[in-house]
Design a protein around this ligand. Structure first.
Ligand code: ATP
Length: 629
């Protein structure tokens, strides 16, 4: 997945100083908490600056004989009371340091959690808004791993690393300034190793991030494979390829393990390296500083102050070294989340989409051509008017473009050229939510939500109660099928409705379509794969459901639409024949062939002289009569 079009990202430490741009974090809702956290961090920085001063004064003006600075002339002159004041100050400063540390961390960490939580919700909303073609291109497992593991990794950084950085930036800045004022030459020497440290930190953060990037990619691939294997488990088990799939998953998981181990090895090299650089610096400061004290150019207290500042300055580097793995993983994850957020493959919503007060239900395909991306057209110049309340069936060979044509009506995809119109208005000018409210969609195999059966029936409708669901099922004529289930309407349908049979799922889909009370009905092979008796129940339900509604039905079962439907025959994306069964079966070549093939291979036993349209009509009629619809 190439991060095409992503703008260049700042690398290393810079990346966490520019969280809004790089990490897609919106800090506006947490301005107050961030402000409080930064203010407390600033207070803590000031306290850090003065924390070593009492000890310096003890050395210089209690143990030694240097006079106190003018601002401290109020202090007792006797050594013991002065010592008490100075040690008391040490304790008070330590307490205040603790309090400000607690406050700053609490504010910044909770702001971080909230911001990342919002990012997670935004990412989910973004993914939900993407078109079907986006979801066909991206593996679900990979998307889930971005939504779960990657956002979690970002949260760890924002909660653990950002407060450390925020707190120490001010501390270091102030300390460098104070050191330079006290003795700039010595300060430059003491800080001489700082660039080396920055280079080491940058280098290691970059390589650790690269290793983490690979680890996150491998984890995404492993989750994708697991999800695909579990989804297709019946096929895998039936094919006896479990071991093969387990090995495939193991290989991907091992790739993730190897990348993670590489990151850990890098991390474990990095921490001691930082310690070595720091020890060298400390040795240098002690060496030069002690010589300065001996030469009388610095007091012992000054050296102590320098040493304390020096230690305080290097502590963020030490902490970051410890957090480098987390930071690298967070950065790699932020890139993956950002990559998703920058893809915009949503069905475009008009700014002020129209919401007509009433719908008649005329659906017009006005010179519709459609191609998937840059591919060859799947539909070519389709022209068709479906009158309000009309029943229209689309038939044709596999891959002719029937389902695609249906999908253009609720704008699951948009036409390449031409227009789909509802009551004369281009569907792209209508409010998208309003448009979809006008349509009940019954796909071939509806994936149900994991909840009770009745909740699935009222899902997406204006009805909310169990009794509403029962009423809808009764109206659709599928109540008996549902009531016959052991738990009836309270049946837990299982993952994607997997605990129901195909026919039962289809009955739920039809009851749901009934509950939606939409004027337009789109049915994509609603009777495919059903046995003759279930098909008759579903067929009867379809008759009730399509009563008074504009109905567009895709089917391979031509006998079921011979009565009551106008029929369009699609071939390679074009409507080649159009009319009623009676009109077509006598004259139209393609339809006649399809019809005869259906009769010959259908579930219904072919009868002598079956090719006659009148006879077939009566067979369909008998079928329906038998269903009691
Ligand atoms: N996401 C996609 N990307 C590229 N091509 C696609 C995509 N989805 C479908 N197609 C192609 O579009 C063509 C029309 O598919 P469609 O599902 O509309 O056919 P159909 O007539 O409904 O077939 P069937 O009767 O088998 O369901 C097919 O050739 C199919 O391979």
């Amino acid at each position: 997945m190439a991060p095409g079009g992503l703008r260049a990202r700042p690398s290393g430490l810079l990346a966490i100083f520019r969280p809004r741009r790089t990490w897609e974090l919106d800090l506006r809702p947490v301005r107050a908490a961030v402000g409080a956290g930064v203010a407390l961090s600033a207070a803590r920085a000031c306290l850090q600056w003065i924390a070593p001063v009492p000890l310096k004064l003890v050395f210089d003006s209690v143990l030694g004989h240097h006079p106190l600075p003018g601002v401290l002339s109020w202090m007792p002159t006797a050594p013991t009371p002065r010592l008490l004041v100075l040690t008391g100050a040490m304790v008070v400063i330590a307490l205040l340091l603790g309090l400000t540390a607690f406050g700053a961390t609490a504010f910044l960490a909770s702001a971080g959690q909230r911001v990342v939580h919002q990012l997670r919700c935004r990412l989910f909303a973004h993914l939900s808004a993407q078109s079907r073609s986006f979801h066909q291109r991206h593996a679900q497992g990979d998307l889930l791993s971005r939504l779960g593991g990657d956002v979690q990794a970002m949260q760890s950084v924002v909660v653990n690393v950002v407060p450390v950085v925020a707190e120490n930036t001010l501390t270091i800045g102030g300390m460098v300034a104070i050191m330079l004022v006290l003795d700039w030459q010595f300060s430059l020497l003491a800080l001489g190793m700082l660039p080396v440290l920055v280079l080491v930190v940058r280098h290691y953060l970059a390589v650790i991030r690269e290793a983490q990037r690979e680890a996150r990619r491998a984890e995404g691939d492993a989750i994708t494979a697991a999800q695909q294997i579990l989804t297709a488990l019946p096929v895998v088990q039936a094919s006896g390829t479990e071991e093969l799939e387990v090995a495939r998953y193991g290989g991907l998981a091992a790739r993730s393990l190897a990348a993670n181990r590489r990151a850990v090895v890098l991390q474990s090299r990095f921490t001691p390296l930082v310690a070595v650089v720091m020890t060298c610096s400390t040795a240098l400061v002690t060496l030069v500083g002690a010589r300065e004290v001996l030469a009388g150019r610095l007091t012992a207290g000054d050296l102590l102050l320098f040493a304390a500042y020096f230690r305080a300055m290097y502590s963020p580097a030490r902490q970051l070294a410890k957090l480098a793995g987390m930071l690298g993983r967070g950065q790699a994850s932020a890139e993956r989340v950002s990559e998703m957020l920058r893809i915009h493959d949503e069905v475009p919503k008009p700014l002020a989409g129209r919401r007509p007060p009433a719908v008649r239900g005329r659906v017009t395909f006005d010179g519709v051509t459609f191609a998937h991306g840059e591919g060859a057209p799947v539909l070519a110049d389709v022209r068709l008017d479906v009158e309000p309340g009309e029943r229209r069936a689309f038939v044709g060979a596999t891959g002719a473009g029937k389902s695609t044509l249906l999908r253009l009506v609720p704008r699951f995809a948009d036409v390449t050229t031409g227009a789909v119109r509802l009551d004369g208005t281009d569907v792209r000018q209508l409010d998208l939510d309003w448009l979809r409210q006008q349509i009940a969609w019954v796909p071939q195999d509806l994936a149900l939500l994991r909840s009770s059966l009745w909740e699935n029936i009222v899902y997406g409708s204006r009805w909310t109660s169990r009794s509403d669901a029962v009423a809808a099922a009764r109206a659709a004529g599928v109540h008996e099928v549902i009531a016959a289930l052991r738990d009836g309407y309270d049946t837990d349908v299982g993952e994607a409705g997997g605990r129901l049979s195909g026919g039962q799922r289809q009955c739920v889909a039809l009851a749901r379509a009934m509950a939606r009370e939409a004027p337009i009905l789109l049915l994509d092979e609603p009777t495919a794969g059903l046995d003759a008796s279930t098909r008759s129940v579903v067929g009867a339900a379809l008759d009730r459901l399509s009563e008074g509604r504009t109905t567009l039905l895709v089917t391979h079962h031509l006998q079921a639409v011979a009565d009551g439907y106008r029929i369009s025959v699609l071939c390679r994306g074009r409507i080649i024949e159009d009319g009623t069964h009676r009109e077509l079966v006598g004259s139209a070549t393609a339809y006649r062939q399809l019809y005869l093939a259906d009769v010959a291979h259908g579930d219904d036993e072919p009868r002598a002289g079956d090719a006659g349209p009148a006879q077939r009509l009566s067979v369909v009629g008998q079928l329906r009569a038998g269903s009691g619809g």
